[in-house]
Ligand binder design. Sequence first.
Ligand SMILES: *Cc1c(COP(=O)(O)O)cnc(C)c1O
Length: 401
Amino acid sequence: MITSKKLIDIENKYGAHNYKPLDVVLTKGSGIWVEDVEGKKYMDFLAAYSAVNQGHCHPRLVKVLHEQSARLALTSRAFRNDQLPLLAKELCELTGFEMMLPMNSGAEAVETAIKAARKWGYTVKGVEKNKAEIIVCDGNFHGRTITIISFSSEEQYRDGFGPLTPGFTMIPYGDIESLKKAINENTVAFLVEPIQGESGVVLPKEGFLREAAETCKQNNVLLIADEIQSGLGRTGMLFAYEHENVKPDMVIIGKALSGGMYPVSAVISSREVLGVFNPGDHGSTYGGNPVACAVAREALTIILDEKLIERSAELGKYLIGELRKIDSPHVDFYRGKGLWIGIVLTKAAGGARRFCEALQERGILAKETHENVIRIAPPLVITKEEIDQALVTIKAVLTQN
Ligand SMILES: *Cc1c(COP(=O)(O)O)cnc(C)c1O
């Protein structure tokens, strides 16, 4: 048998070093559980950044992937297939939007939303050619393409990758006055994560999204919600924006749209906005392929059938309540919504990485974000018993290290 150590050496030699993963080499997964090549079992408390909300290797997704890939996998959009229309209809009916545009990765869907917003600005709002501006937030994460990193506030994401794409203005996250000030006649959109995931599960002040939606409406600016990580049940609602009772003009989804089975993303919006695309304006060879669409249809149905949204709300409330009872000198505070929790450590704690390594040692895989936050985001299929089991370990790690 090839050992973890050997596989890590091979990866380090032949794979580019653009990640710093925990040194655990996984080979199997089922539900919230994953197993490394030595046979050690772990609870997955990251869920592939919320792509695996439905749990690893969900049997229904495995079945659909098998069946659809054996029937028809890819036609390109030069021809039609029998899965795309059904995904489009089901997704629009579920979310209350009029149209969808399918892509593959999250970043591609963000790019699609940016293109739609700009073209809407020129053709509908009447912005002068090549003058469109989009407002974004400090601490954002929307992906890794050149255009997207151009408006990242993370120095490392941009450094060495210029020249960058112009046309973006940054405001502090959650600051409504700054949003109002930043809007001008060329502003076409405000792109925002309702809760910032990569920043460490950061919630804006209550009411911010509602006020932002009103401000956008008054100024004929599109509100674009990036729900790639926060959407599809993670926060205890289908979408995180529902906590504030708003309806964005465009919503970007990905990750859990396929339950971790396949890269599928989409932009959902109105006919007015997505209607700006004419044949030839935009596309993707794999976007909307039958395997992607069949898997996404099943992944959405699983969320509903297994009541994953309700589970996230209930169990999330329970988990954060129990975490708050842990008396640890290292924890500053806990924040989160649903089964999406940031454990914010004190400055003196010495960073979140060593706690994640201690958790790994004891059979829980979690990932630090931004040095001092441990992000807790298990698959939404987790049971209360499994949460109780995890709490024993988390408590030990937070109090004994
Ligand atoms: C993961 C993520 C993306 C990028 O998705 P990829 O599939 O990695 O390209 C964009 N926005 C948010 C909020 C994300 O969490």
